[in-house]
Design a protein around this ligand. Sequence first.
Ligand SMILES: [Zn+2]
Length: 448
Amino acid sequence: MIRDREHECMGRGELAQLQGERLAQQVQKVHERVPFYRNLLQESGIDPDKIKGLADLPSLPFTKKTNLRDEYPFGLFAAPLKEVVRIHASSGTTGKPTTVGYTQNDIDMWAEVMARSLAGVGTTDDDIVQVAYGYGLFTGGLGAHYGAERLGASVIPISGSNTQRQLMLFEDFGTTVMCCTPSFMLYLWDVAQQLDLDVKKLPLRVGVFGAEPWSEAMRRDIEAKWDIKACDIYGLSEIIGPGVSCECVEAQSGLHINDDHFLPEIINPDTAEQLPEGEMGELVITTLTKEALPLIRYRTGDITRLTTDRCACGRTNSRMARVSGRSDDMLIIRGVNVFPSQVESVLLMSPHVEPHYKLIVDRKGAMDNLEVQVEISQDLYKEVSDAILSLDDVTTFTEHETLVRLCSQIQKNVKDIIGINVRVGFKEPGSIERSEGKAQRVVDLRQQ
Ligand SMILES: [Zn+2]
């Protein structure tokens, strides 16, 4: 369902006009109110009065994550704290977090873009929405919460973890829409099997999954296991939180960007040059209406591509392909760029493995090695476990014909599709650590 036909189905020319006007206003505003931007624009030789429309975008300087860290906690705010009604922060891997602020208008806009996203997957005021993203400084929980409430749905603010209770509420409350990470949804399925819960009998209809990159193959796996539609949602706290973009349930073909608020472009991550529509590169977003924390050309680090073709659902806004990885998650193995989600797609082509895997990278001499550890299915495990001592024991494993064949099939698929040779390590079902939040899939021993 289309919530805001005026903005989601606007003609591209009219939209460009609106985006251009809003861009000019945002540049004026950050120049007036944020010393960091005043200096940055001056250093880049930009006269804010000369920024008139979209054609001027490539001349503007970028904002990076490090700029937010350097201005910690409130240095980039364009509104006084008196007008800031909410503060979130994203955890940094080292040191201080990144702080983001919202005025009341920002909170309203956020609820609205989240409501558009949830409406796009078919949510209405008849739905029961279980929000299993974390509540707290992380934007996931409250973002989904406000959007679902704005639609008039019944919201269950359960937050993350609480695995058994999540399943109990599916049954007792009759949850119809689930919001969580895709890896958590897979974990819930494992636990449901242990509890003998027939998940296909649940009223659950659709899942809104995000906060980590996942593959098309994992979507098919989740949809088959739960008998639901699985849609991809995208956002980042620096820009607003979840609701920057979301797939529509009709087409599931790219995530509709709310581009009347968030102006997207794709750049070459190495040269920072703007790339033409359709090319793969790093997503850069300029906020067009934010009050507390407006950002100009923010480098998200996420790798995707854009299209402005009209979607089968009727929306005309830009769509981004599902994020294939973050530029800083990208592994370079013997000169080849590899994203964990690519490996995931290849693994899930085989019927005998489960979507639980880890990638171990190490270096022997000058040679990078990638080992793919993946769980085999319960059925295959039953078949092989009598014949072999342990999956970790290479001598017995290589004596088992089915495993040897599966191993060479996976190696061939990875070689054909990604272009590298990998080792494959099989693991027993349930032995790879499950995540109740964002999955950690890569262990890079080269950095230690
Ligand atoms: Zn669509």
